[in-house]
Design a protein around this ligand. Structure first.
Ligand code: GLU
Length: 379
């Protein structure tokens, strides 16, 4: 039966990001489930037929590599994991290409690290490439570049990668396919627990519903998925979390049928530039501000002036990202600083006139201009 809210969400989504987890694609013997991949590819074709552009974010490389190399379980150390990913990724993308080409599409492989998202130019390059791939009518299939991803530059998991991709292409809908039916209101193994069908607005208490269960080969559990969902709904976009092992799951999404949990975007759509500032780059420092500045930023949409800053932590340059926190250290905003950390330390707490004198000129009245500031009181 068509659900009107779901129908409207999918109707208005020109671009859809579909995240496919390892457990959706793996067979119990650690090989990739080609039948499932074929079925999902057919459904992706249906999205295209309805005028939608699709980006796939797919896990499964490490799992496939484990099977192909005949390993007993997931390796513990990085070089063996990376080797398994290298072997498995080749196989994974070949299967995608085989399945999609039956419907006339090429699979386009993009392997990314978190670093690629943090550098503005690389970030924009990825976006331009994706837009060109859409023009060619191909299906981009993205995975983490596991072979170069060391801790400093890796995503927490592919759920985070999918959320970042979703924000990168301003996708109105992210579909997260996993091996459970959605977000349960209790322990999924308890028969009295039910799948929550609709979450109208994100609330941190939802994190309490995350089951600690970890799956065999994938990295992210339910709490990782919920963090990714929060990242997408916070910018005003929607997410469906559904069971990718159920036949026709993407058809159900496409036709607005009830499946999994729909999380509606909370609040107004955030512009692309602010998504990058608020959810992609890592802050280089912290500005601790007083209550007056907190209210000016959160309630009045103002810029951050030197007078409200009480303390500065970290080292940052002009144009780098800083986190803005209350005096107790609770972060409520992020933005690009017009001044270096040393300069902000010099002018913190001063009125504009005094700050001008102290620095011998004040090119910007604001330390962080509101155009380069993202306020997230519930971060
Ligand atoms: N990049 C990993 C893989 O393809 C998956 C990571 C994850 O599932 O979070 O196996």
């Amino acid at each position: 039966m068509v659900n009107l809210v779901r129908h409207e969400v999918i109707r208005s989504a020109e671009t859809v990001v579909i995240k496919i987890g390892t457990n959706v694609l793996s067979r119990p013997n650690d090989s990739l489930d080609i039948d499932r991949l074929a079925a999902l590819s057919e459904q992706i074709h249906a999205f295209h037929e309805h005028g939608k552009q699709v980006v796939v974010v797919s896990s499964g490389a490490v799992g496939a590599g484990i099977g192909l190399l005949g390993l007993q379980g997931r390796p513990k150390d990085l070089p063996h994991l990376q080797a398994a990913a290298a072997v498995g990724q080749a196989h994974l993308i070949r299967l995608y290409n085989d399945c999609l080409s039956k419907h006339g599409y090429s699979a386009a492989q993009l392997l990314l690290t978190a670093d690629d998202f943090k550098h503005r130019r690389r970030y924009l390059n990825v976006r331009n490439t994706l837009n060109t791939l859409f023009e060619y009518g191909t299906v981009p299939v993205i995975n983490e570049n596991d072979t170069v991803s060391i801790q400093e530059i890796c995503f927490t998991d592919n759920d985070e990668l999918a959320a970042m991709v979703s924000n990168l292409v301003n996708s109105p809908l992210l579909v997260v396919l996993t091996s459970v039916d959605g977000l349960y209101d209790g322990d999924p193994n308890d028969p009295t627990s039910k799948v929550i069908s609709l979450v109208e607005s994100w609330d941190d208490s939802l994190l309490g519903f995350a089951s600690a269960t970890r799956t065999a080969y994938g990295r992210g559990g339910m709490s990782a998925k919920l963090q990714a969902i929060k990242r997408v709904t916070s910018v005003g976009e929607n997410v469906i979390l559904a069971n990718g092992t159920r036949d026709g799951v993407l058809d159900d999404v496409l036709h607005g049928h009830e499946t999994g949990t729909l999380f509606l975007g909370s609040g107004p759509l955030m512009p692309a530039w602010k998504r990058w500032i608020g959810f992609t780059v890592n802050p280089k420092g912290q500005l601790f501000v007083d209550d007056g500045a907190y209210r000016a930023l959160c309630e009045k949409g103002r810029s951050l002036l030197p007078i409200g800053i009480q303390q500065v932590a970290g080292q940052f340059d002009k144009g780098e990202l800083v986190s803005v926190t209350n005096l107790d250290g609770r972060e409520f905003a992020r933005g690009l600083s017009n001044y270096t950390a040393k300069e902000v330390r010099t002018i913190a707490g001063l009125r504009t006139l005094e700050a001008t004198e102290r620095l011998g000129g004040l090119p910007y009245e604001e330390v962080v201009h509101r155009d380069n500031l993202v306020v997230m009181p519930n971060r």
